[in-house]
Write a protein that binds this ligand. Structure first.
Ligand code: IMP
Ligand code: MG
Length: 187
């Protein structure tokens, strides 16, 4: 019997071609370097690491294990309106955090800074709560965002334009599980 005759057969979603951008070993090395820098800068303090869900969760998980220092973890829910590969220009922030950050050092942990709209929205939200200081650690940031003045104190890699996936970063909820970071190619 042909596959297509099976009553449970579902149409296959097309898979776009992926081009390797950063291998898992390169990511691991860079995460260790970032962790060493952060550990040195926060010596004697217990920072609150705040990550927007969901894209940053894999990076955060690796970063905190590489940090090996006293720290706390919290999350916010951030989503830019719109679908596909374009930001719609507005960020919806849902505060699901449980830690009072007033007087505490806060480190925002982002997966990718694209237009920096998400970052700026979260930064404003957290600055209003009176942290001791607030810095940003991003695994990836667009060169265009950095050129436009986005402040990222701890940066993994600067990336050119092109939609990236893997290592927690999705396209329409897919590809988060890939251990390496790729550029999604095709229309
Ligand atoms: P921004 O607000 O434009 O800086 O976009 C930040 C968020 O958009 C990131 O945290 C990602 O969730 C998503 N994003 C931006 N660029 C990409 C990409 O190339 N691949 C996957 N997600 C992206
Ligand atoms: Mg996303």
């Amino acid at each position: 019997m042909a596959d297509t005759a099976l009553p449970t057969a579902r149409p296959r979603r097309s898979r776009k071609p992926l081009k390797l951008l950063f291998s898992r070993s390169r990511i691991r090395r860079r995460v260790r370097e970032l962790a060493a820098e952060i550990r040195r800068d926060y010596q004697g303090r217990t920072p609150v690491l705040v990550a927007p869900l969901k894209g940053a969760f894999v990076f955060l998980a690796d970063l905190i294990r590489a940090l090996d220092m006293p720290l706390e973890v919290d999350f916010v829910r951030a989503s830019s309106y719109g679908t596909g590969t374009k930001t719609a220009g507005r960020v919806a922030l849902t505060d699901i955090s449980t830690i009072d950050v007033s007087g505490r050092p806060v480190l925002l942990v982002e997966d990718i800074v694209d237009t920096a709209l998400t970052l700026e929205t979260i930064r404003r939200h957290y600055l209003a709560r009176g942290p001791a200081d607030l810095r940003v650690c991003a695994l990836l940031a667009r060169r265009s965002a950095l050129d436009a003045g986005a402040v990222v104190e701890y940066l993994g890699f600067a990336v050119p334009d092109g939609f990236v996936v893997g290592y927690g970063i999705d396209y329409a909820e897919r590809y988060r599980h890939l251990p390496d970071i790729h550029v999604l190619e095709g229309p």
